[in-house]
Design a protein. Structure first.
Length: 127
């Protein structure tokens, strides 16, 4: 009669003392480095010490709009590639995936064109 010996799951998940120490020390070093880098960062205002918030908001919204449009364009192009691949291989799954990606990309572009200026107006109006 054959007996099967199994190692309990508790023993398999145990780390050696060296691994635990290495893991804790790496986490501690990363945390300390992040805290030091965040503490060392200082924001300087240009000119007389006052920050022009409307210029900052306008610049931030322009960058946000550009980034969203670029991501939407990338997703849309990826969708067109999948759509063409689906038609080329007669693969309905790839055609469906491509159409979804294309529509998602166009949706992101529309979101950037329509919503970001509204948010910009709201933020500059609040300041």
């Amino acid at each position: 009669m054959n007996t099967i010996t199994t190692v309990s799951a508790k023993k398999q998940n145990k780390l050696s003392k060296g691994c635990k120490f290495a893991k804790k020390s790496i986490i501690s070093l990363v945390t300390a480095a992040l805290m030091l880098s965040c503490g060392g960062v200082t924001a300087f205002a240009a000119g007389s010490g006052e920050v022009d918030s409307s210029t900052f908001i306008t610049t931030a919204c322009t960058v946000l709009k550009s980034v969203i449009i670029l991501i939407g364009g990338g997703v849309g192009i990826w969708g067109i590639v999948n759509l063409l691949e689906g038609y080329g291989n007669d693969n309905p799954g790839a055609k469906s995936q491509g159409m979804k990606q294309l529509m998602a990309g166009l949706g992101l572009i529309l979101l950037a064109i329509i919503l970001v200026p509204v948010l910009e107006d709201m933020m500059t109006g609040a300041v």
